[in-house]
Structure formats: C-alpha cells, structure tokens
Design a binder for this molecule. Structure first.
Ligand code: SF4
Length: 212
C-alpha cells in the first residue's frame, strides 16, 4: 500500500475527522489498525467512504475532534469508527466519549475487538458509562478464515476478539457482533450462532462491499 503522509503535520479538515452518514455522526480518530483486512478499502489505498476523505495526516487532538463534532445534539448517535481502529487511541476515545456522554449523546464504538490483546489488560471496565453500543467485527466463523481475511499481526486475535465480545456485555449495554455476507468462505449463519449462542451478543449481518 502506498500512502503519502504530510510531514508538516498541518491542520486536518474537519470533514476528515467527523462525517455524517444519515442521522449519525462518525468520528475518525486514527488511520492505524491492528489488522490489515484484505477487504478493507484502505488496504487498496482507497480512503473515501461515502464521499468523505478519511485519510488523516496525523491523529487529531482533542480540541480538533471537539471542533469537528460541533453541536452533537442533532444526531441520533455518534460513532467511533475509522478508517482505522479507534481503540488504538484509547485515552482519546475515552475523553471524547466522556465529553459526548456529558451532553447526553448516545455513543457507539465500532471496533475490531482486539483492544485487550493490544493493550495487555482488560480495558472493558474503563468503557462503562462511556459507550452505549459496541459493534465488534467477528468477521469469520473460525480462526483460519479470520486470519486469511483480517491478517492479524499478533497470534490469538480471533480468540481475543471472541472473548472481547463475550465479556463486553458486563460493561456495555448493547453488544453486537458483525460479519460480512458475501465475503468468500464466510458462513453467516455460523457467525450468527457463535455471536448469539456462544458469546451472548446480538448479531448484525453486513453486506460485503456496502459501507454503513
Ligand atoms: S480493522 Fe477495519 S479499518 Fe482496519 S483494516 Fe480491517 S476493515 Fe480496515
């Protein structure tokens, strides 16, 4: 993947940090990822999502994120999403989520579910009261397929993701596991069974190639 980064660290366009899709506002805290998913647009150097250019020259500061949000009141929810893994900026994620909760905003986190693996501790208790809904990319019904599509840099990622989904409900009111229907080899019914029966989460089928 080729990518040009701005060495001058100039200001970031507000639309790159916060972008609206429907009645939700999405926040882009980082372009960094633990995974290198073959199906991800950025893996193919495509940084536009629904017309929004999400290519960050650097991680935005708290003040830049708050300025990009503006007034969150008109939105049904604010979603930490990407194009990158929000929990890699965990302190920033918590600070912005706290600011949103003080204003009565519903907050969703879209994540790879690998924060505990990456940070080497159970971070879920720290999200209590800050995140209302967590949507975790389960992506596959077994480790081999997960590794093939998501290409984790660390061993044990699939099991860590499943454990994160299972344990999240202790601290976060709504836990949703997702998988992409149409991605080669993915058995959506099997993913749903794992999410609901094994992990006690809800399940949402997403359609491969369709964003949002
Ligand atoms: S975790 Fe998400 S943003 Fe990161 S590579 Fe995979 S699909 Fe792309």
């Amino acid at each position: 993947m080729s990518r040009v980064t701005d060495p001058t660290n100039e200001g970031i366009a507000a639309g790159t940090i916060a972008y609206a899709i429907g009645d939700a506002l999405y926040l882009n805290l980082t372009n960094a990822c633990t995974l290198a998913c073959g199906f991800c647009p950025k893996t193919h150097d495509e940084w536009r999502v629904k017309g929004h250019d999400l290519d960050l020259v650097r991680g935005p500061s708290f003040a830049e994120v708050i300025a990009a949000i503006g007034d969150p009141a008109p939105y049904h929810e604010v979603v930490f999403c990407g194009l990158g893994e929000p929990t890699l900026r965990f302190a920033m994620l918590k600070r912005v989520a706290g600011w949103l909760k003080e204003r009565g905003v519903r907050v969703r986190l879209n994540t790879d579910g690998l924060a505990n693996l990456v940070h080497g501790r159970d971070v879920l208790p720290e999200l209590a009261g800050l995140i209302d809904v967590v949507s975790v990319s389960l992506n596959a019904q077994d480790e081999a397929l997960y590794d093939e599509h998501c290409r984790p840099g660390r061993p044990g990622a699939y099991d860590a993701c499943k454990a994160f989904i299972r344990d999240a409900s202790r601290y976060i009111p709504v836990v949703v596991a997702t998988a992409l229907d149409g991605l080669p080899g993915v058995d959506i019914e099997a993913c749903q069974r794992i999410a609901e029966s094994e992990l006690g989460a809800r399940f949402r089928r997403r359609v491969y190639g369709k964003v949002g």
